[in-house]
Design a protein around this ligand. Structure first.
Ligand code: ADP
Ligand code: ZN
Length: 537
């Protein structure tokens, strides 16, 4: 057949090969593309780097060639639209974007192309799409049979339960009400069962076929360590295992981002800060350097990352606990998109658990939402405390069964476990005695001193050396006590309250006190030799 005939082929495989230069579809792509090209609705769950873009780009081209008009792509991110349109342009696919960065003249030119039916794909931000002016253009296209497909990228943004919720996404259901016959494809890289159900409901995708790819990222090695001296622990990771590598270090607060970046720079690392409070120009400059230069360590809040397509990020480190497993999965997923070995490293401690719990408790949300947030946090804590394969746990959270991976800390160095049931009961009864004796509670540090029988000023002041629980836990190391308390808080048997984080028993503590609930914990890793951290202050 002639070149000309090939170029106009509507066969997905021809399009993949001729337009994109790839030999074959990957994983579920073929099934998705066939379904959507034929006019079916689809919900696609694929991990980052899985190849979601082609799932709607190939059908868009096929349908445009068949005279069905333009595919509207809803995308929340300007940077992403820019990259995608640039890449499509290079491949010779006529596409454009409409967002706030376009000048009036440019926007009008795009609109003219759109209305003439010349565009194969149009990327637009949701708030733009829902304007009366834009909807009127869609009406006109639709009347002429030139609105081919609607693709909704980052579909999890529609879920209020997720961490990327965008109000404007809620309005997207209007598109379906307005154009019920136009097929839709929604795509996301993160969705547990609950978020998935939410997406289906809010976007009215009940009859869409779901395509769920494996969420496994086998090249990522998961490592979760107990916080001891987090900065030193991080520095060891960067120096011993990732010298000269590009990576991201996530912190919770803007201040901590700046402090950590400055400290790492002082240690001779090529570290830069990124958070939403920085000047836009500084943010752009730091981001450009991360993308362009070799071996930049970006210290950032979670404001950094979505839509950043850097394939050779070798590590993602968390100095603070994410809110839930979806957040953890999405953030760590930015490592190793090129398929090369990468590390997802997290340090977490008792204070993280206490803080996250408190943020939920003190938040404005209603009780139902708080309950869900707590359950999601608990699932993350269970992952952090796990003594078996991290990957098995992680994938199980996304309803995917798997075998121990051999590429996580627990598989590589199986931790010893101990039966902490007895210790847990001792801690609970000590908290109980505090309240009985003083009428109020104390924090974790003091509790551990009392359990271990340490005579401190506070102990003598309060007369706590006379408590029956004084010294009953001398045989358990301080670090192990912290792990017991973390677990008790995570399991909801103990609550940490007030500005001093005093510990209180909850109703469920009784069952543990009576001994009905076994508690198995990992033995904390050996603390590093003292000499390595003598250079403080
Ligand atoms: P996602 O949006 O799911 O994170 P992308 O669509 O950006 O993933 O694709 C990730 C990378 O994989 C891109 O560089 C893309 O060109 C490449 N890719 C996708 N599908 C294929 C394929 N069938 N063959 C070869 N490379 C592919
Ligand atoms: Zn494993």
């Amino acid at each position: 057949s002639s070149r000309h005939a090939d170029a106009a082929s509507t066969r997905p495989l021809d399009i993949l090969q001729q337009v994109f230069g790839y030999a074959a579809f990957r994983g579920q792509q073929q099934a998705v593309v066939d379904h959507v090209t034929a006019g079916g609705d689809a919900l696609v769950l694929m991990p980052t780097g899985g190849g979601k873009s082609l799932c709607y780009q190939v059908p868009a081209i096929a349908r445009h060639r068949a005279g069905q008009g333009v595919t509207l792509v809803v995308s929340p991110l300007i940077a992403l639209m820019h990259d995608q349109v640039g890449a499509l342009d290079e491949a010779g696919v006529k596409s454009a974007f409409l967002n706030s960065t376009l000048e009036g003249d440019e926007a009008r030119r795009v609109e003219r192309d759109l209305m003439a039916g010349n565009l194969v794909l149009l990327y637009a931000a949701p708030e733009r799409i829902l304007t009366p002016r834009f909807l009127a253009m869609l009406d006109s296209l639709h009347e002429r049979g030139l609105l081919s497909l609607v693709a909704i990228d980052e579909a999890h943004c529609v879920s209020q339960w997720g961490h990327d919720f965008r109000e404007e996404y809620l309005g997207l259901s209007q598109l379906h009400e307005r154009f019920p016959s136009v097929p839709r494809i929604a795509l996301t890289a993160t969705a547990d069962a609950h978020t998935r159900a939410d997406i289906v409901e809010r976007l009215a995708l009940e009859s869409a076929q779901q395509f769920v790819a494996s969420f496994d990222r086998p090249n990522i090695r998961y490592v979760i360590v107990e916080k001891d001296e987090p900065r030193q622990q991080l520095l060891r990771l960067l120096r011993d295992e990732h010298e000269g590598d590009a990576g991201i270090v996530y912190c919770q607060s803007r201040k901590k981002v700046e402090d950590t970046a400055a400290w790492l720079a002082g240690e001779g690392l090529n570290a830069l800060p990124y958070h939403a409070g920085l000047d836009a120009a500084v943010r752009r400059q730091n981001q450009d350097r991360f993308l362009r230069d070799e071996g930049v360590v970006m210290v950032a809040t979670i404001a950094f990352g979505m839509g950043i397509d850097k394939p050779d990020v070798r590590f993602v480190a968390h100095l603070d606990l994410p809110k839930n497993i979806e957040g953890y999965y999405q953030e760590t997923g930015r490592a190793g998109r090129d398929g090369g070995p990468a590390t997802a490293w997290m340090a977490y401690g008792l204070a993280d658990v206490v803080n996250q719990r408190r943020m939920i408790d003190e938040g404005e949300a209603d009780e139902e939402f708080k309950r869900l947030q707590r359950a999601k946090l608990d699932a993350l804590l269970a992952l952090a405390e796990a003594h078996d394969c991290r990957r098995v746990r992680l994938l199980a959270y996304f309803d995917e069964a798997s075998q121990p991976c051999g590429n996580c800390d627990n598989c590589l160095h199986p931790p010893a476990v101990w039966d902490a049931t007895d210790a847990a009961r001792k801690a609970l009864s000590c908290i109980y005695r505090f309240h009985q004796q003083s009428g109020f509670g104390f924090g974790a540090g003091h509790l551990i001193d009392v359990l271990r029988g340490k005579v401190t000023d506070k102990v003598t002041q309060r007369g706590h050396e006379r408590l029956s629980t004084f010294g009953i836990g001398a045989d358990v190391a301080e670090q192990q006590w912290r792990s017991v308390l973390r677990q008790l808080i995570a399991l909801g048997h103990v609550r940490s309250v007030g500005e001093f984080n005093t510990l209180e028993l909850t109703d469920s503590a009784r069952a543990v006190l009576r001994g009905g609930v076994p508690v198995l914990l990992r033995v904390p890793a050996e603390a590093p030799p003292r000499g390595r951290r003598s250079n403080r202050g």
